[in-house]
Design a protein around this ligand. Structure first.
Ligand SMILES: Cc1cc2nc3c(=O)[nH]c(=O)nc-3n(C[C@H](O)[C@H](O)[C@H](O)COP(=O)(O)OP(=O)(O)OC[C@H]3O[C@@H](n4cnc5c(N)ncnc54)[C@H](O)[C@@H]3O)c2cc1C
Length: 384
């Protein structure tokens, strides 16, 4: 490649790198800015299944595998059913997104894709140099989505949980699922002193993605997640099925301030930038939201480390994680109170960071007295 200096360099062509590329491509302001996207893999597989809620009409609708307007929540004592109006819960498989953004950008003269491994990034004067297996490139604006969890693990100020799971796409012989209803959380399984639940995304009566999921500190052995799925299906009388595909993931849940590593010429984005919603692990839509804020910012000449996404919701997340870490075996009870006392729309708006103080107060009120004391203790510990 002749050119080595670009207006923008995006490191990593996963969700955040591609969503940023898409947003730059769709804004004519950037038509004459040169953009290099560096990704080590050929990204064309379903290595992720993203789920999120949004209004019925959304940007990715043409790529969705499925959407639902109803949802359920279950624990040992209750089965709740919700109408999600005015939201839909949506499932997007990654291959479709990867292909569509690549297709949308491939013809653009100002965009270059490079398949290479990034070895390092170095600040050089007012630029960042990206060292790769295919040469070195520089830019005044580098966006880095390569996640290094080490600093997060090597500290104890911010608790770190993980949303970790194994999911099976299964096909059953008998009709077994309600295709109109997603099951957010089924806590009616042994908790083993952690926060464990099943998450079920039915595609039709015979096909579903069934995930055994934990919000906890330590990963399990693969066979433990798989046993969890098998036992759950058995308990529901589902024994005649085939596994079509498997998926596994672990998503960091932490308020660790990753943005401290941003410099004038390099910004971490996606999971690497701390854009994962710490209390839930949801990243896809929070990344999309942050990119919407980032685009107008990039039209200014401000240094990249002047871009801030922190707000009061980060503090709520911190308290929630403090409590969920300390009372991990009772996490199901926290979620149970939240879902039984609040309409899911309020919870979604809260997670989308769009609630008013009054709504946030209503959510706080929904916890039991004992749980409220946990939050008060966590608050006092953080403040003093
Ligand atoms: C299986 C799974 C399911 C998930 N489901 C959901 C969900 O339902 N909803 C939700 O909101 N979030 C979900 N997440 C969390 C989050 O949305 C995804 O992890 C998302 O892909 C994060 O985007 P990212 O750009 O930060 O990281 P990635 O998508 O992982 O992108 C990073 C990219 O960098 C590349 N890369 C890494 N190292 C190098 C290197 N040295 N050189 C060059 N390239 C490199 C990688 O190949 C990768 O393509 C899920 C995560 C996983 C793993």
């Amino acid at each position: 490649m002749k050119e080595t200096i670009f207006d923008f360099i995006i490191c990593g062509g996963g969700a955040s790198g591609l969503l940023l590329l898409k947003a730059l491509r769709e804004d004519s302001f950037f038509d004459h800015h040169s953009i290099l996207l560096i990704e080590k893999e050929i990204k064309n597989t379903n290595d992720r299944t993203w789920s999120f809620w949004e209004s019925p009409k959304g940007t990715f609708d043409s790529l969705l595998t499925k959407k639902w307007s109803r949802a359920g929540f279950t624990d040992a004592t209750q089965k709740l059913n919700f109408d999600l109006n005015p939201f839909h819960y949506k499932m997007l498989r990654s291959a479709g997104l990867y292909k569509s953004i690549r297709h949308q950008c491939e013809q653009a003269k100002n965009i270059t894709f490079l398949q290479a491994t990034i070895e390092n990034t170095n600040p050089i004067e007012e630029m960042t140099e990206v060292v790769t297996s295919m040469g070195n490139f520089r830019s005044k604006r580098v966006f880095n989505s390569i996640f290094d969890p080490k600093p997060m693990w090597n500290q104890d100020k911010y608790p770190v949980l993980q949303q970790h799971f194994v999911g099976w796409f299964i096909k059953t012989k008998q009709a077994a699922f309600d295709p109109e209803k997603v099951l957010f959380m089924d806590f009616d399984i042994p908790q083993r002193n952690e926060t464990r639940f099943l998450y079920i995304l039915p595609l039709d009566q015979h096909n579903a993605l069934v995930e055994y999921t934990l919000f906890s500190e330590k990963l399990l052995k693969l066979k433990e997640y798989e046993q969890g799925i098998t036992q759950y299906l058995e308990s529901k009388g589902i024994s005649d099925y085939s596994i079509i595909e498997k998926e596994q993931g672990n998503i960091p849940m932490s308020c660790y301030p990753f943005d401290q590593f941003n410099t004038q010429s390099m910004m971490y984005i996606g999971t690497a930038g701390g854009w994962t919603k710490a209390s839930t692990g949801f990243t896809f839509m929070s990344t999309n939201r942050n990119i919407k804020k980032l685009i107008p910012f990039l039209k200014s000449t401000k240094p990249l480390n002047a871009f801030k996404v922190i707000n009061r919701f980060a503090f709520y997340d911190l308290l929630f994680l403090d409590v969920l870490t300390q009372y991990n075996g009772l996490g199901s009870k926290l979620f149970s109170r939240m879902f039984s006392k609040n309409p899911p729309v309020r919870i979604f708006r809260f997670l989308d960071e769009k609630t008013t103080f009054f709504e946030e107060f209503q959510i706080m009120l929904s916890f039991s007295i004992k749980q409220k004391m946990w939050f008060v203790k966590a608050l006092l510990k953080r403040v003093f």
